[in-house]
Every structure is written in C-alpha cells, then in structure tokens.
Design a protein around this ligand. Sequence first.
Ligand code: GTP
Ligand code: SPV
Ligand code: MN
Length: 593
Amino acid sequence: MALTNNPNVLKWLDEMIALTTPDKVVWIDGSEEQLKALKEEAIATGEMIELNQEKLPGCLYHRTEPNDVARVEDRTFICSRNKEDAGPTNNWCDPKEMYAKLTPMYNGVMKGRTMYVIPYTMGPIGSVMTKVGVELTDSIYVVLNMDIMTRMGTRAFEQLGDESNDFVRGLHSKANVDPENRYIVHFPEDNAIWSINSAYGGNVLLGKKCFALRIASYQGKNEGWMAEHMLILGIENPQGEVKYITAAFPSACGKTNLAMLIPPEIYKEKGYKVWTVGDDIAWMRQGPDGRLWAINPENGFFGVAPGTNENSNFNALESTKKNTIFTNVAINNDDMTVWWEKLDKNPPENATEWKGAKVNGKEYVAEGNKLAHPNSRFTAPAINCPCISDKFNDPQGVPISAIIFGGRRAKTAPLVYQARDWQHGVFVGSIMASETTAAAAGAVGVVRRDPMAMLPFCGYHMGDYFQHWLDMGEKLGENAPKIFNVNWFRTDDEGNFIWPGFGDNMRVLMWILDRCEGKADAVETAIGYEPKAEDINIEGLDIDLEVVKGLLDVDKDLWKEDAAGIEEFYKKFGDRLPKELKAELETLKKNLD
Ligand code: GTP
Ligand code: SPV
Ligand code: MN
C-alpha cells in the first residue's frame, strides 16, 4: 500500500522499480511493529547481530566488508550540467554520461531482493527549514540507521504534501559491494543521489552527507541559507541564559566531543551547563529578527567509537546504551557487549575483532592490532543524550552567537584566535587545514586544505561557496555571529597533545563567549585577535601560563609557509575566488613581514 498520493513520488518510484526490478517493495511507515519485524529479519539472516539485551537493550551490531569502512572521496561525484559548477575540488562527470554509466549497474540489481521505500525529513517536522527526502534501498541496515538518524516514516510524506516536487530522490543499492564499481553520485540539478556498491554509513545513509550537505549546500546557495559541517551547542550561564555556538571541524576532529562536553569543575560548580543541539550538521538561515538561526537536520548521532569513554565523552557513551547500532567495533563474546580502543584499559579476552575473527583481545591488542576499526561508529538516537537541548526539536532552531572553525594541526595554528570581522572570518574558514583521518579512505595524518571542513561535502564550486559566505555576512550585517578559529591538537616534540582538550575546551569557549559579549580583552596579532594568555582560565589544570603562551604563539616563519600554501590553493579557484579573499591573503602576507 502506497503511503502517499504524491504523483511526483509515485512516478519516480515506478521508474526506479522498473530499473532495479525488486521482488518486493516495502513502504517504510516508521511503525514499531514494522521496525521490530525488520530487526528480527536482519538478525535471522545474520546481517545484524543482537547484543546483550539486558546491558544494551535494543542494540544491534553490524559489520561491513573490510573494503567498505569509510567514505570514498575519490568515488564521490558532483554531476552538475556544467563542469565549472562542480568546481576544482569535486570529481565531476556529465550527468548524461554518469546516468548512462550507472543505469546498467542498477539494471535488475534488486532482483531477488526487497526494495525499502524510506520517506524521511531532514529537520524537525513542521519547521520551515525542514526538507524531505525519499531513499530507496535494498539494505535493512540502512532502514534501521535512517530510523535513528532522521525523522522517518509516514509523517515525512505528510510534511511533503500531495503536490510538492521538492524532495530529494535517493537511490541506493549495496549491489555486490564491489569497490571497483562503488559510486556515490550527486545530481544537484535533479535533486537526486545515486549510491551503489557500498553498505557503509556516509556512503549509504543518503540523508546525511549526500543530502544534508552536498545537495543542501547547493540548495542553500540558491535559496539564501547555509548547510554546514558543524556541531551546534548551547552554553547556559548561572543566570540561566543560553548562548549558542556552531563549530566546523573536519571529519573525526572533535565535533561530537565538543557538542557534548562536560564543563570542568570550576564552571560546573558555578552553575554552567552545556546543551547539545547537533554534532555534525547545521542548517542556518537569517531569522525574522535579523540574526542567524540554526537547526540540526539530523535526529541521531553517527559518531566515532574509538576514543569515546567515560572521561572523554560521558554523554556520547551514555547515548549508546540503548537502541543503538554499532558498526565495525569489537564484540566481547563473554557477554555480547561492545569494545573499542580507549573505551577502557581492558580489551576483552574472548573477542571478535571488527573483521569477524575470534581473537584473544588482550594479546591481539598487545601485538599492536586494533580490535575496532579506527572509523568504527555508533548510531545513537539524539534523545538518548543526557545533555540534549530542549531546543532540539524546536522548528525555529537556535540563534547563533559565534562560529568556530578548527582542524587538526600539530603546529602553526594557535589554540584560539578571533577574526577581525566577518570577511576576515570567511578567509579564516577558507584557509582551514587539517590532518586527514580514518573517516575517509586513504592516507591518514596528511595535512590538507579543508575550507570550512566542507572540502568533501560542498556540492558546487567552492569559489562560489566562499562568495555565498560573504553574501550571508552582507545580509546579516551587525547581527553576524563573531568568527573564531581553534586548534586542540598542537603537539610537543614527542608528539603528545599539549592542550588537555575534551571538557577543558570549555575554557576556550568561555573566552569566545566573553568576546561576543564584549567582556574580554584581546591582543592583535598578524593573523587576528588572540586572548591574553592569562585570560584563558587554567585553574585546576596541570599546565601553567607559559604553556598557554606557547599554545598561542604565532610562528611567523611557519605562517609564511602557510601563506604560500594558501596562495597555491587559491590558484585553483581562478576568477571564481572572491576578490575579498585575495585581499585578505595580501593583508596576511603584509602582517607577516
Ligand atoms: P565526524 O563524525 O567524522 O564528522 O567526526 P567528529 O568531528 O564528530 O569527531 P569526534 O568528536 O568523534 O572526534 C574524533 C576523534 O578525536 C575521537 O577519537 C576523539 O577522541 C578525538 N578528540 C575529540 N576531541 C578532542 C580533543 O579535544 N583533544 C584530543 N586530543 N582529541 C580529541
Ligand atoms: C564524516 O566523515 O564526517 C562523518 C561520518 O560524519 S560519515 O557519515 O560516514 O560521513
Ligand atoms: Mn561529519
């Protein structure tokens, strides 16, 4: 039984059924009974493993192919009609050519399988910011993840209505999970996403990176709003006032952790609290009051498991205690619970590592192996999070006071600095660089430019994207959030992180908020405003003022090297690089002399 009368949905669905020829088509209404039956089926076929239902109620385990454990940037395409519209940072192919190449691969691909029709929204039901997607997939794992990550089911068709054509068409088949024929393809002008031969997270949960960033960034440019790779958090002061901040860090660089941080004792005892609105994606637009407002389009967290523990991210760990799907972590066979690196110091002896081999976990780890894949993840419902914001489902979203950029830099970038104004802030975001992580296939630890943490996610020409940022600043005027840059990852000569990070990052956020309220001083440096070292509160930490001074140090030689790298990077954008950014680069070079 069709769940909608919308002719645009029905016509497209008919075409996709004719192409992929599934044995059966199942409409996902989102009901408890339907989800329960799907879980049982996935457990029966071995696609999912049931975990200890006393210790981890409602939790399931899933393992992907070893060649299919992360996003694949070299197989991700933006197929705009004009090559220039995809820009120099995206893989491009002519849409006609790409459809012609993929169509035979989808031809009959669901024969012998069931097609699940998943209606979902990105954003709270009823918000003017919310958008609808429909994903067709042959994977129960996708259905169960989409249930956690989005608002899924009949209510999404209600949001769409019977006439609208404004929905993103997602077609996914795991096919044979063949890495040589894996494609993650976006057709921004058709509102369409085709994903094939993967069964992993960001490649197949099409509401997330594919829609909510790549397609949505393109829509945002055309419609005057922004789709960003940003967490959203609220900081409540002892008077009960909450200020909201967004932060863009590249994949596996600390968004989930910052979004859920637990304030250090010195702030907790005064009554400060942190509330999570989102941990990965923010959609932002100017509100009726002129300020910038943000919603989190997602409904759950697809978070990095390794490194998550009671001390580093208590709230994330708590979020995974029920109704969570674990992907590519290790299993403790004694009690069917899960384990990953740094969860605790006791790898299970009777373990199954992420590829599925039974091992003695203690010995295995002692020999230098990893029990969980470095990009293993949990999919946890946002409502599980102890510090979820009461504005999480608010259709208005939250007003943003500050925007933070940041990456993983062993050197060069200081602990924190503030942009002189919005235009300079856009420059600061555009020159972001970060060491690559396991979140994408390929080398790890290589510094690359990743503007606004959007390099793998911007669905159009990045020069136009910079211009869109400048235009938004123009529109926001005096109401524009203040822009900052942070770096938690500076290392000493032995390669150890100098800054304690995690909850202690609150100390930096407090300076940022004070700056927004005109309550803190700053020193002007070649790269922007920095705090006076004594204005970063280090009470209760075992680092001293000298260490903070070191973390704030701007090494002009390193920055000159960086400026040369930026100049090289900017050349890619040709005449689509806004002249304002070129001017900012000249100012930086002058300041460094
Ligand atoms: P995506 O989900 O891939 O977009 O990543 P994310 O930005 O949400 O990253 P996440 O918060 O999951 O952090 C990734 C890794 O960085 C984890 O292993 C964390 O333990 C580690 N990490 C996070 N914050 C800090 C920090 O302040 N300092 C240090 N040293 N490590 C951190
Ligand atoms: C990221 O890589 O930035 C993620 C995980 O948040 S994925 O959904 O796989 O893209
Ligand atoms: Mn991400």
